[in-house]
Design a protein around this ligand. Structure first.
Ligand code: GDP
Ligand code: IMO
Ligand code: MG
Length: 439
């Protein structure tokens, strides 16, 4: 069975976790294939709220195998914290979670480096990372000389490797630390990581082979993207991006499966836009509407708790990411957050140097200079959180969704009207959304 992918179409936090959990039933495998503990995916099942950073969002569903593959950078402490918290809550993960021996380990020096580098640029140039050591770990992965992978954790020379790298990191980081004191102690790191190795050993496996076998056996595989397409290191708003390919183009390399085995991609987009951290955001709202969306949508980072920047839906950006990520359909989330607004703006094009442009600029310097061209749609003053089918939605909410679909050039297959599994409307993607909505 060709693989199914869930990919964020904006700057992350589009509610990928909710959709993955919703789609997990009946699947054999759920795969996290890039990013690390910078991600924060929320799954809500009744009164239970699960915040997952590394473990795939399918874990709450019984009987499904969850894989963390080579493209992910794993912070063992965070992962063990997640495992323990799931166990405490009665979610049995034994035999249901496997980690690739090829995945890289986030080490204590990566967290220090992330902090140092994040301070290098200030103001508009500050990336505002999650400080989870993601960029430095990927840098060491590509650099090769100072990297530790999950399979290295269980090798006899782990202590030697840690001592070698710690020595180098202390030397290279000293000029950037107060009084030249780098807060790294090789013996302590050896002890800490040996403990992690012991605990994680049962989970470490050759997930590459396992996944290729699963493909040969026609298993149902769901790939869970982290971050969003606009944070992709190559195709996002560089340098205000994360350090992995977080758009649809990263599935194949991060998971280790040929692209031709990816059957369908569902792009997840909020009904408005948000962004955490720095970087250009053409439709950002600095007024009370932005504040209203932030409060109503509870737009505070799942990982860092930072307030998310909020703005109108940017159809120029999402049209681009639908194409880049190969989205076949869209899951439109948080539509309930826009209820109460009397009017809703949608960015349909940009103005750059006096000209109307319909494409997403390649360079952030240009993206910073664009002025959004808005189309205004009427709002709906009705609570929609209990809507369960298309017909339950107020006509203006349906018309809004239909217009977004038209602007992005993709059918909408799901509309989410609340965090719970139940608060999901399924639409028939074969029907023309616009026709079916206005009929
Ligand atoms: P992810 O990183 O893409 O998985 O998204 P996050 O979990 O970081 O952020 C999405 C937040 O919105 C979570 O708190 C979800 O529980 C919540 N959520 C998901 N779908 C909806 C929705 O349709 N409406 C509202 N109001 N909240 C939602
Ligand atoms: P999920 O999977 C939203 C952002 C950070 C920062 C930039 C680089 O929950 O959607 P990093 O720590 O990755 O080097 O930070 O990327 N960022 C996210 N924003 N959701 C995420 O993940 C993010 N992961 C990273 O805020 O701007
Ligand atoms: Mg998130």
């Amino acid at each position: 069975m060709p693989g199914l992918c869930v990919i964020g179409l904006q700057w992350g936090d589009e509610a990928k976790g909710k959709l993955v959990d919703w789609l997990a039933e009946g699947r054999d495998l759920i795969v996290r294939y890039q990013g690390g503990a910078n991600a924060g995916h929320t799954v809500v099942v009744g009164d239970e709220v699960y915040k997952l950073h590394l473990i795939p969002s399918g874990i709450v569903n019984p009987g499904i195998l969850n894989l963390i593959t080579a493209g992910v950078v794993i912070h063992p402490k965070t992962l063990l914290g997640e495992i323990d918290s799931l166990l405490e809550r009665g979610v049995d993960i034994s035999d249901r979670l496997l980690l690739s021996g090829r995945a890289h380990c986030v080490m204590p020096w990566h967290i220090i480096e992330d902090k140092i580098w994040n301070q290098v640029n200030s103001g508009d140039d500050n990336i505002g990372t999650t400080l989870r050591g993601i960029g430095p770990c990927y840098r060491d992965k590509v650099g090769r000389s100072f990297a530790i992978r999950m399979s290295d954790l269980i090798q006899p020379d782990l202590e030697q490797q840690i001592r070698r790298i710690t020595e180098y990191k202390i030397q290279s980081l000293a000029p950037f630390c107060e009084n030249g004191q780098v807060d790294l102690d090789a013996s302590q790191i050896v002890e800490e990581y040996s403990h992690y190795a012991k605990r994680l050993q049962p989970f470490i496996a050759d997930t590459t082979r396992l996944l290729l076998d699963a493909v040969d056996q026609d298993k149902a595989i769901l790939f869970e993207g982290a971050q969003g397409s606009l944070l992709d290191v190559d195709f996002g708003t560089y340098p205000f991006v994360t350090s992995s390919n977080s758009s649809g183009v990263g599935v194949s390399s991060g998971a280790g499966v040929p692209g031709k085995w990816i059957g369908k991609t569902i792009g997840v987009a909020k009904s408005y836009s948000t962004r955490v951290g720095g970087g250009p955001f053409p439709t950002e709202l600095h007024d009370e509407t932005g504040e209203h969306i932030r409060i109503k949508g509870n737009e505070f980072g799942t990982t860092t708790g930072r307030p998310r920047r909020c703005g109108w839906f940017d159809a120029v950006a999402v049209r681009y990411t639908c194409r880049l990520s190969g989205a076949d359909t869209i899951c439109l989330t948080m539509l309930d957050v826009l209820s109460e607004l009397s009017k809703i703006d949608v960015c349909v094009a940009y103005e750059l140097d006096g000209k109307r442009i319909e494409f997403f600029p390649e360079n952030v310097a240009n993206l910073r200079r664009v002025t959004p061209i808005y189309e205004t749609l009427p709002g709906w003053q009705q609570d929609i959180t209990s809507c369960r089918k298309r017909e339950d939605l107020p006509p203006n909410a349906r018309a809004y969704a239909a217009r977004l679909s038209e602007l992005c050039g993709r059918p909408i297959e799901f509309i989410s009207v609340g965090p719970d599994r139940e608060q999901t409307i399924v639409l028939n993607p074969d029907e023309s959304l616009l026709d079916s909505l206005v009929s």
